[in-house]
Write a protein that binds this ligand. Structure first.
Ligand code: N01
Length: 543
């Protein structure tokens, strides 16, 4: 690991004015974008709402938070030196390690002098006279930029359901996606957690180890597989580092952008005994690779049910009380909502200080002064944790007042669901790019390679424009419509589009129900992006 002194703050001083590229967000996407713009010799600056870099890993610092994609792969590949010098110590790194890595990158590449923290962007308006973006921040900066790059993240706008009485509650309320920087201790407290998604499933075993009593308010049970996290074997790391490029190249041939072998085997065509052995070996290996046991788990309902029933059996075997086991057992498609990865989640419900409260039929009525009310009963609580997820993919963008040609707002354009060309750009919003926007593979892939692919595409595009004296690039409406239609069509081929998940916006009241990420897989998507360039930026208008 480098001994460069880590500076967790940003050092970019407040400065308003003219920029070539304004970048919104200092997560992994924003930082790499800044790095690439500097390489092109362009003036670029990041505006970041938080007080430090790291994006998701800056905000989601709840106990138990870790990445469930192997860190060896959930990392940048643009710098061989960085790959070689950084030492991941665990298979699935905890949040503090990933945040340390983000800070290391900021220092290693001297990014901080162009990162302005504590600066929330409120609006970005395309000025049709100057052909530039006029950007305003909450702190009063006014910036004019030729290009505006939204690196705002897919899961960064937290969702707090508007329960009655929240304001009257006397205890502390936390959201996993906006966890305080100071240490939170639940020792000797009675704590309630709302939600049983990935965040809750990681946090619940930790809360249970601290709290006097933990109440888990569950609306829908979720499938989870064990992480079997472990320290990384230095010999394995040496092997990877001796051919990191090989690993990265293999990963890019996989739909998930993650090097995970997918056997050419169908679950329904495999004998029950062999099928069980395959699931068991994937289970013992741990992690999201469980869904790669067979090639038909996400396209064939009968195949999917074999995996679902395998997990339900594990729940019955692990949880002592059959009634609790039943309540914890999902009955829908496994992998439809994002599969969770845990450490001792089911086991936690055998502890005497943990109570599962089913709110599926009797929703949470209100938050009272002293706790939470459901089914006519008040649960007195010293603290409540909302593990209630995010307004995914579109929330962070729609929180900014973005206006394109003719003053058209993004809110209006996306009324019926997000519309983009390749998840990268939009008709009527010239010179505005979204990194891992809706309509790109993003959340269905390993985010880091997807981010790098987008940043490099945008960088090549801006470089092309400069080389050819071009001022504006904008998706053409027909190409955008065709892409949106294609994104919907491929979504329909997968079981993933069949349930009420955040992928289709179902977790947010009033949000249009559209399957937002592109499910066609990383290689197909990259091929499409490359073909667009090879065909002279097909589907874009340049002038
Ligand atoms: O959020 P979620 P999350 N009353 O939306 C419940 C990524 N991630 O933060 O299912 C009662 O999955 C809701 O219930 P239901 C990952 O991509 C990655 O956990 O809507 N309950 C659900 O149980 C993940 O998918 C890692 O019925 C209410 C929960 O809140 C994504 O982030 C770690 C409710 C929300 O679950 C989001 O995960 C963590 C209400 N009114 C997260 N409203 C990695 O390791 C909502 N709920 C990489």
């Amino acid at each position: 690991m480098s001994n460069i002194q880590q500076n967790t703050a940003c050092s970019g001083e407040n400065s308003a004015g003219q920029l070539e590229v304004a970048i919104i967000g200092a997560g992994f996407a924003g930082m790499y974008m800044l790095y690439c713009m500097r390489k092109l010799g362009l003036s670029a600056r990041i505006y970041e709402a938080g007080s430090g870099v790291g994006g998701t890993w800056y905000w989601n610092r709840y106990p138990g938070a870790r990445c469930d994609v192997e860190s060896i792969q959930y990392s940048y590949q643009f710098s061989e030196e960085l790959q070689q010098e950084w030492e991941w110590t665990e298979k699935y790194s905890p949040q503090p390690d990933i945040l340390r890595y983000a800070n290391h990158v900021a220092d290693r590449f001297d990014l901080r002098r162009d990162i302005q923290c504590n600066t929330r962007v409120m609006s970005a308006v395309f000025n049709e006279d100057s052909h530039r973006w006029d950007i305003q921040t909450e702190t009063g900066d006014r910036i004019s930029a030729a290009f505006c790059v939204m690196a705002t993240g897919c899961l960064s706008s937290s969702n707090t359901p508007a329960f009655k009485g929240i304001r009257d509650y006397k205890g502390n309320i936390y959201h996993t996606g906006k966890w305080p920087h100071d240490e939170v201790s639940f020792n000797d407290m009675t704590v309630g957690v709302i939600g049983t998604g990935s965040s809750a499933i990681q946090a619940i075993p930790v809360f249970a180890s601290q709290a006097d009593h933990l109440f888990v308010f569950q609306r829908t049970p979720n499938y989870t597989v064990p992480a079997h996290n472990a320290a990384l074997d230095p010999e394995y790391v040496r092997d990877i580092k001796s051919d990191y490029a090989g690993l990265r190249a293999r990963a890019k041939t996989k739909p998930s952008g993650y090097d995970l072998p997918i056997p050419p085997l169908s679950a329904v065509e495999t004998s029950p005994e062999d099928r069980f052995q395959t699931f068991e070996s994937k289970w013992q290996n741990g992690g999201v690779g469980f869904m790669a046991a067979f090639n038909d788990l996400l396209v064939d309902a009968a195949a999917n049910e074999t995996a679902a029933e395998f997990v339900r059996k594990k729940i019955r075997e692990t949880v002592d009380d059959p009634k609790i086991a039943k309540l914890l057992s999902p009955d829908n498609v496994i992998g439809c909502k994002r599969l969770c990865v845990d450490t001792n989640y089911w086991e936690t419900f055998n502890l005497p200080n943990v109570t599962l409260v089913d709110v599926s039929r009797t929703p949470i009525e209100k938050i009272s002064q002293n706790g939470l009310c459901t089914n006519g009963q008040e649960y007195p609580l010293d603290a409540i944790v909302f593990a209630t997820g995010f307004d995914a993919m579109t929330g962070a963008l729609l929180n900014i007042d973005i206006r394109g040609r003719g003053g058209q707002t993004l809110q209006t354009k996306w009324e019926g669901g997000p519309k983009t060309y390749l998840g990268l750009a939009m008709a009527d919003f010239p010179n505005l790019f979204t990194i891992t926007g809706p309509g790109s593979p993003s959340v269905l892939t390993n985010m880091l390679p997807s981010i790098e692919q987008h940043v490099e595409w945008i960088t090549d595009c801006i470089s092309h424009m400069h080389a050819n004296g071009l001022e504006c690039i904008e998706a053409n409406r027909e190409a955008e419509n065709e892409w949106v239609e294609h994104v919907n069509q491929v979504a329909d081929l997968s079981l993933r589009s069949t349930c009420s998940s955040w992928y289709i916006g179902a977790n947010i009241e009033g949000k249009a129900r559209v399957f937002m990420p592109y499910i066609g897989g990383f290689p197909k998507y990259v091929e499409k992006c490359n073909n667009v360039v090879a065909n002279d930026y097909e589907g874009f208008i340049l002038n």
